[in-house]
Ligand binder design. Structure first.
Ligand code: M6R
Length: 610
C-alpha cells in the first residue's frame, strides 16, 4: 500500500518527509519519491527500490530552503515498479504535482480524453492521469482548490491524494475517498499522511479526513471542505496517545488483527477497476486475448491453496471449466499429465513460495499456459507466469495469511464470471446478482467485524484449552473448514482438523468427546440439511458443537449445540463472512493462550525452501 507524507511549516521539509517515509516503510513499497518547490519551480526526485537510493539522489542537492513538500512510497498497481512510474507525478504543464494512494477506476477513459486534447503522458500510472485532469480543469482565474475538486468529481474509484503547486508554494491540498489520509496539526507546521507514524515525532494532534473531504493545509492552519460543493466542514481534533509501534499497527494490538479488519478494503480494491459502473461486466485485461482454458489446474500452498479449492465449484459451474486443485509440493514431483488447452493457475500471496514457483517452472517447461494470482508486484511468480493478476490486498505482514485469502477469493470469483461470460456458460441473472452482491460485501463486512471480534473472544476463552478441535464443512464451506483448522494450528498450536463434514463418519468421528469441540461452517446454502445431519451426529456423541450459521428461518433451525450467527449472503458470498469469523477465532485463541500472534514459532512469512 502506498504511503503519503506531506509537510508545510518552518523546518526544512525534505528531511521531515524522508523521516516520515521511513516510518511508513512497514506498508511495503517498491519505489519512492519527493517533491518540493525551489525558485517557484517544482523539483521532483524519484527512485526505484529502497529509500536509501532516493536518499543518495537527494544527497547532492540543495534542499535546505524548501519548507513545504511531499513524499511517497509506491506499492505498484498500475505499471511496473520503475522510477518513471514512481510518485510524485507532474502535470504535463508542470504546474502541479500529486502523490496518490488508491486506484482511479476510470483512468483509461479520462486518459483518452486528455490525449485527444494534446496531453502527453510519461508513465503508465492512473496518478499521472489524475494530475492532468486537475491541470485540465484549471482555467484563467480559477482557484486551484476548485480545479482540484472538479477533477476529483470526475475521478471514480479510491484515492488519497496530496497536491503541491508553485502557485501556492506554502500550501498542501489533500483529499480522500475510500483510502486513508489524515492530517497532523502542529505549532506553525502541519502534515498530511497515510498513517499516524509518519508525523508522530512532531505532533499527536490528528484530524481524520472523511470520504469526500478536501483539506487546505498551510503552516498556520487547516481548513476542510466538502469536495462536492467546497462548503467548509467543521472538524474535531483527536489526541493520539499510542506509541510508535502501536501506531504502525493502526492502534490494533497485532498486525494480524489489523489485516483482518482491512479485508473490506482488500475486497473493494480487488473489485475496483475490474467491474463496470453498472455492475454488469467484468474486465480483466490480463486475460484478454487469451483463450479460455479447456481445463484448469490450480496449484498453490497453504491458505492460497484453500482459496483455490474454494473457487473450484465456481470455475466449474459458472465458467464451465473442469478444475483440479493441487498442493504444489505434491504436484511438482508426480510428473502430472496436462491435456492440450489446459492452463496452470498458481496462487501465491508472496509470489515467492518455492514449491509453487517450482510447479510454475515445470509446467512452463512442458509448454502449457500459466496464470498467476499474486499480491506482490515484482515477485518471482509475478515475473515468471505468462500473465499475472494482482490481488490488491496491500502488504500482509502477519505470518498468518488473512486479507490475502479474501482478496484471492474476490479475484477468483471475478475470473469465473469473466470466463463464464466468454464461454457463454453463465446466465446474465447470475452474473448481475453476483456483481451486485459482491459490491455490497465490503460495507457489510465493515459493519459486522467489531461484533465478530467480541464474539470470537468469548468463544476462544471457552474453547482454547480443549485438547483439539474439528472444523467441518461441505461444498465451498469445506475449504473454509481447512483454513479454520490451519489458522488455529499455526497460531495457537492447538491440534485442529479440517474435514469434509460428510467424511467424518469414516473414522474421525471416533475422536469426538466432551473435550473435542466441532466448528461447523453451516451457511444457509444448498448443503445445509446434509451438514446439519452431520452436526447432529456429533452432538449425539456429546461433542460440543458451534455452528457458524445464519439467523434461523423456517426449515433452517439448528438443533443441538450453539450457533454463532453471521449475516446471510447470496450464494458463495457467505464465505466472505465465515472466513473472517474463523480468522478472528484463531486470533483470539492464540492471544488468549499468550502466543506470539504475528510471528508464530517455526514459521516464516514466505516459504522459499522446499
Ligand atoms: O505466499 P503464499 O500464498 O504462496 O504462501 C503459501 C503458504 O505458505 C501460506 O498461505 C501459509 O499457509 C500461511 N502462513 C497461512 O496462514
Amino acid at each position: 500500500m502506498c504511503g503519503i507524507i506531506a509537510y508545510t511549516g518552518h523546518r526544512p521539509a525534505v528531511p521531515v518527509i524522508m523521516e516520515g517515509l521511513h516510518r511508513l516503510e512497514y506498508r511495503g513499497y517498491d519505489s519512492s519519491g519527493v517533491c518540493f518547490v525551489r525558485n517557484r519551480e517544482l523539483r521532483v526526485v524519484r527512485a526505484e527500490g529502497k529509500l536509501n537510493i532516493l536518499e543518495d539522489k537527494l544527497a547532492g542537492m540543495d534542499i535546505s530552503l524548501a519548507t513545504t513538500g511531499m513524499g511517497h512510497t509506491r506499492w505498484a498497481t498500475h505499471g511496473a515498479p520503475t522510477e518513471n512510474n514512481a510518485h510524485p507525478h507532474l502535470s504535463f504543464k508542470r504546474n502541479l504535482a500529486i502523490v496518490h494512494n488508491g486506484i482511479i477506476e476510470n483512468y483509461r477513459e479520462c486518459k483518452d480524453i486528455l490525449l485527444d486534447k494534446g496531453y502527453l503522458f510519461f508513465s503508465e500510472t492512473d496518478t499521472e492521469v489524475l494530475a492532468n485532469l486537475i491541470a485540465d480543469e484549471q482555467v484563467e482565474g480559477m482557484p486551484l482548490i476548485r480545479a482540484f475538486a472538479r477533477a476529483l468529481e470526475k475521478a471514480d474509484g479510491a484515492y488519497a491524494v496530496a497536491l503541491l503547486s508553485p502557485e501556492e508554494p506554502d500550501t498542501i491540498y489533500a483529499a480522500r475517498q475510500s483510502a486513508p489520509l489524515l492530517i497532523g496539526s502542529g505549532a506553525g507546521e502541519n502534515f498530511a499522511a497515510s498513517d499516524i507514524p509518519a508525523f508522530l515525532p512532531y505532533t499527536r494532534d490528528v484530524i481524520f479526513l472523511e470520504d469526500g473531504e478536501l483539506a487546505r493545509i498551510t503552516p498556520s492552519g487547516v481548513d476542510v471542505f466538502s469536495i462536492a460543493d467546497l462548503k467548509p466542514v467543521l472538524k474535531t481534533m483527536t489526541r493520539i496517545e499510542w506509541d510508535l509501534q502501536a501506531a504502525q499497527k493502526g492502534g490494533y494490538k497485532h498486525f494480524m488483527l489489523k489485516e483482518i479488519f482491512e479485508q473490506p478494503r482488500a475486497v473493494a480494491d480487488c473489485f475496483a477497476g475490474r467491474v463496470d459502473a453498472k455492475r454488469s461486466a467484468v474486465r480483466i485485461p490480463e486475460l484478454e486475448g487469451r483463450p479460455v482454458p479447456s481445463r484448469l489446474r490450480i496449484v498453490a500452498c497453504g491458505t492460497s491453496r484453500h482459496a483455490g479449492l474454494w473457487s473450484r465449484s465456481l470455475m466449474e459451474s459458472w465458467a464451465g471449466i473442469p478444475t483440479t486443485v493441487e498442493t504444489a509440493s505434491e504436484f511438482r514431483y508426480r510428473n502430472a499429465l496436462l491435456t492440450p488447452g489446459e492452463s496452470l493457475l498458481v496462487i501465491s500471496q508472496s509470489g515467492e513460495t518455492a514449491d509453487t514457483l517450482a510447479a510454475l517452472r515445470l509446467v512452463k517447461e512442458k509448454g502449457a499456459a500459466s496464470i498467476g494470482i499474486c499480491n506482490v508486484i515484482g515477485s518471482s511468480i509475478a515475473r515468471e507466469a505468462d500473465t499475472v493478476i494482482f490481488t490488491q490486498a496491500g502488504p500482509e505482514i502477519s505470518v498468518a495469511s488473512t486479507k490475502a485469502m479474501s482478496a484471492q477469493m474476490t479475484v477468483l470469483m471475478l475470473m469465473a464470471l469473466y470466463w463464464g461470460e466468454t464461454n457463454g456458460t453463465l446466465s446474465r441473472e447470475i452474473r448481475n446478482r453476483a456483481l451486485a452482491e459482491l459490491a455490497d460485501i465490503p460495507a457489510g463486512l465493515s459493519g459486522v467485524l467489531p461484533t465478530l471480534e467480541s464474539e470470537a473472544a468469548d468463544l476462544a476463552a471457552r474453547f482454547a484449552s480443549c485438547k483439539g478441535m474439528f472444523f467441518l464443512g461441505r461444498g465451498q464451506s469445506f475449504p473454509l473448514a481447512l483454513e479454520g483448522a490451519l489458522k488455529v494450528k499455526e497460531l495457537s498450536y492447538i491440534h485442529a482438523e479440517g474435514y469434509a463434514s460428510g467424511e467424518m463418519k469414516h473414522g474421525p468421528i471416533a475422536l469426538i468427546d466432551p473435550d473435542f469441540p466441532s466448528f461447523f461452517i453451516l451457511p444457509h446454502d444448498a448443503h445445509f440439511a446434509k451438514t446439519l445431519s452431520n452436526l447432529e451426529e456429533v452432538a449425539a456423541r456429546k461433542g460440543p458443537v458451534i455452528a457458524l450459521t445464519n439467523p434461523p428461518k423456517d426449515g433452517m433451525e439448528i438443533r443441538g449445540g450453539e450457533s454463532w450467527l453471521l449475516p446471510e449472503a447470496w450464494g458463495p458470498l457467505s464465505s466472505f463472512f465465515m472466513l473472517p469469523a474463523l480468522q478472528l477465532f484463531s486470533y483470539k485463541a492464540a492471544a488468549f493462550l499468550g502466543k506470539d500472534v504475528d510471528q508464530p514459532r517455526n514459521l516464516a512469512k514466505s516459504v522459499t525452501v522446499e
